[in-house]
Design a protein around this ligand. Structure first.
Ligand code: ATP
Ligand code: MG
Length: 409
């Protein structure tokens, strides 16, 4: 409201738009607030001290209030009389730059979905609707504005956004909006892996990861985000990798609902575990003399280097993700001093939680989880007792030679 009134008092037009209006009309709490105005970025900056200008593809103003950011964008036009350099597209029609300003109505037509193109006007408390968004909101329909094929070509991420909103607000995709997704999903391959990563976080850490995951697979989009995982799911035996994934996504949703933190490192560890496990098995099969940890490292490297070609996770997440994986065989050995060292590891808790997922999916014995659960809270005498059982060198050798566990149980 502060931002809206400040813009209005300075003589500009300003509207709340996007998820803020959509979610309020649905009686939901908006995740964030987007504002659109006829003021240009420099003019916005001139009237807000707490303003940062960001973006290349879309130049935007961020008005910062502590930890909250209100995004303020200038009305965008269709760019028919675009000055050269302000709108840029590649051969497939994808927009690379889109900084042509326009009127409110033009702004409405270049948004993604009708329900995202509703404008709340503080001057008379009305909702401005050019695209039929109110009727679609009433009917529970997610409809892309304009020609679906063209709009997905301009920005293939809109297909992911369709899935995200459908899962989040429980809307169904309108027929043409839906049909074009089945045709054009492959265009996601041209999207920079870093942008896809941001989008994957919104998809899977938005509080309804399970529905989102199921819809992504239904629309054949998941394969473009996690090709190796999709492949592994296709050859699954006994439902095991799917069980683990759904459990991980369900835990994520639960934690978000409870206001607990979730980390992409853990989520990606779960999403990529089956490909890693399969590659690990192959490494071991190819060279039995290879130490287990080395085989796992090779497998991890192979999977990660393929993954970053589609959805690239930054190093600050991929490092802890790999630590979680590396700790799995070590947790299974639990021998003597090593067990104590693991307990001190900064990633112990995540690795332990991850192991519980694998146990839940039937990949390790229940008893292993119980052992670690007790070991964490046991007093020093009991710990000594527990660790000594697994402390013999012969025991360790035998386990090591066994290699990675297989899914077949
Ligand atoms: P939420 O914030 O709850 O995830 P939202 O609808 O507000 O949902 P944002 O990503 O915040 O989504 O974008 C704000 C608005 O900007 C959208 O509602 C839509 O009108 C417009 N928009 C965002 N991304 C695109 C896009 N790729 N193509 C066209 N319009 C877009
Ligand atoms: Mg928003």
């Amino acid at each position: 409201m502060k931002v809206l009134y400040r813009l209005k008092n300075e003589g500009y037009e300003a509207y709340l738009v996007g998820g803020g209006v959509r979610d309020l009309l649905l009686g939901r709490e908006p995740k964030d607030f987007d504002i659109t105005t006829n003021a240009e970025p420099e003019q916005i900056r001139a009237i807000f001290r707490n303003c940062r200008l960001i973006g290349r593809r879309f130049r935007l103003a961020h008005i910062v209030f502590g930890r909250d950011v209100v995004e303020v964008a200038t009305f965008r036009g269709q760019g028919t009389d675009a000055v050269e350099g302000e709108i840029e597209a590649d051969e497939s029609g994808r927009l690379l730059r889109d900084n042509v300003y326009g009127s409110l109505e033009e702004d409405a037509w270049r948004r993604d979905f009708t329900v995202n193109s509703l404008y709340y006007n503080i001057r008379d408390f009305s909702v401005v609707d050019y695209t039929g968004g109110l009727a679609d909101l009433e009917a529970g329909v997610l409809r892309i504005i304009g020609d679906p094929r063209q709009r997905y070509r301009e920005d293939p991420v809109r297909m992911l956004r369709a899935v995200r909103f459908a899962a989040k607000i429980g809307f169904r995709l309108e027929k043409e909006t839906e049909a074009a997704v089945f045709e054009l999903g492959h265009l996601l391959q041209d999207i920079p892996a870093a942008r896809l990563f941001d989008e994957v976080l919104k998809l899977l850490m938005g509080g309804c990861a399970i529905q989102t995951f199921e819809l992504l697979r239904h629309y054949n989009l998941f394969q473009h985000l996690f090709p190796q995982t999709e492949q592994a799911l296709a050859i699954e035996e006994g439902g095991f990798p799917l069980v683990m994934l759904v459990q991980a996504l369900g835990n994520t949703d639960e934690r978000i609902a409870e206001g607990k933190p979730v980390t992409p490192a853990f989520l990606f560890a779960a999403l990529l575990w089956e490909p890693v496990r399969l590659a690990w098995e192959q490494e071991v099969a190819a060279d039995e003399s290879l130490p287990q940890a080395l085989a796992l490292t090779n497998a991890m490297r192979e999977v990660v280097s393929k993954q970053v070609q589609s959805t690239a996770l930054p190093r600050r997440f991929s490092t802890p993700m790999q630590e979680i994986w590396m700790m799995q065989p070590r947790l299974a050995r639990r021998a003597g001093k090593a067990a104590y060292r693991l307990l001190e590891h900064p990633r112990f808790r995540a690795a332990y939680d991850f192991m519980l997922l694998r146990i839940h999916a039937g990949e390790e014995e229940q008893e292993l989880g119980e052992w670690w659960t007790e070991f964490q809270i046991a007093d020093s005498d009991r710990r000594k007792e527990m660790a000594s059982v697994f402390g013999t060198v012969r025991g360790r050798r035998r386990r090591r030679r066994r290699g990675p566990r297989t899914a077949a149980k």
